[in-house]
Design a protein around this ligand. Sequence first.
Ligand code: BGP
Length: 484
Amino acid sequence: MHYDWNPRFPEGFLFGASSAAWQVEGATTEDGRTPAIIDLNSQKKAPFVDNKFTADHYHRYAEDVALMKECGLTSYRFSIAWPRIIPAADGAVNPDGIAFYNGLIDELLAAGITPIVTLYHYDMPVWVEEELGGWRSRDVIPAFEHYVRTCFEAFGDRVKYWLSINEQNMQICYGDWLGVSKGVEDWFRDKWKINHIMNLCHAVAVNLCHELVAGGKIGPVPGYVPIYPETCRPEDQIAAMNAEEFTEKIWCDTYAYGDYSPFLYNYWRNHGIDPDIRPGDIETMKRAKSDFLAVNCYRSNTARHAPADAEAQDYLLNASGNKGELTFPVVPGQYALTRNPYVEYTDWDWEIDPVAMRYALRYLWDHYRLPMVITENGFGAHESKSSDGKVHDPQRLNYIRDNLYQIGLAIEDGVEVFGYNAWTFTDLLSTGNGMAKRYGFVFIDTTDEEQKATDDVSTLALTRIPKDSFYWYQSFIASGATQW
Ligand code: BGP
């Protein structure tokens, strides 16, 4: 990549990092927190460790925030764990849960770091699943409303940027991987009911934020993967558009317009799908005007035409970190994803494609004209300490630099972007690969094996070691985003 000129970032642009409660906090049974559905899902990802300890941010957040300050971060995007706030079906608020997030928020503000808070990042309390039917039942809506109201009332005096539901599109597209499809008999049809209930919860959060948080802004968090056509064959272009619809556009359209697109209504009609939309639902969704789009963007995909008589193939994600183990999906009559020969791949077969970031921002701006903040973008890798005691991560450093440069170019293209939060600040638990797949600017000196061998977190050193990418990000921020 050539940095032949300096794109200008707007005044006050937020340079930060990102995490999620269940992946960074640990302390899953402490101070009243009850189990979350994602805890159970993480226990199924053997041979990797689950989320019982991870980076132990719950006990070490002050040390982590001090390192964020040293790095020069001006924002930190994290999530609140619903089962810490409302641990049981009686709906009682857990004062220890409130105290933990008060401590974290106050520490961040004292360090000059703006908190950006996700309300839902996969950790629905198990009691909601067992007693209310989880995302399958509309009974989740008042429970979610009570939870988010509690958050806005407790933290809204200091937190002004809120995010509703993390990657709703990925939860619906990859229901098995994230555990959302558990207990659902006909996923092909019933996922659209679940999706509708999630949209209603998103709308409840947006409307309540505007009512309760003075000066509060809120937006959804789609996971966005630009899709390129494999060739200029017209059918490949339509395949790319189909892939875009079914993996992300459907969701962004709904957030932006408060209603489902004609494309989706037709698809439901043609497949005999009833998403169970009830009177008043669309009005609720339309009232929920997002202030911005929070975008998670790591990679791109490439699509080709798949004829109606093609053999169907599920998307099999690479769950091991051995290159070449991903199987691309084939959806007959719609699209097939395929390898892109113009980009490199990570050990998990994710495309390394910083230009996709500029594409994503241009595309979303052209379609929705909503300001954007990047809430996730990062490089997953196998890493360990070198013999000099340091952690060298040149690939991540390049990835982050190249992505920031492309954001700069998108801003020069006229796109409104107000912040960048890399995934992640410290190493933490990966969705499918425990502690083995690392993303942090800061190395956590631990392994899956070490964590699996103990039940006592105090036996783990979990030493924090800033990586080379940390020092690059630090000098980049200190230079006013001019020193590449
Ligand atoms: C995003 C999720 C994050 C995080 C990230 C990296 O989709 O919002 O929670 O996990 O992906 O994914 P993984 O841990 O599978 O590498």
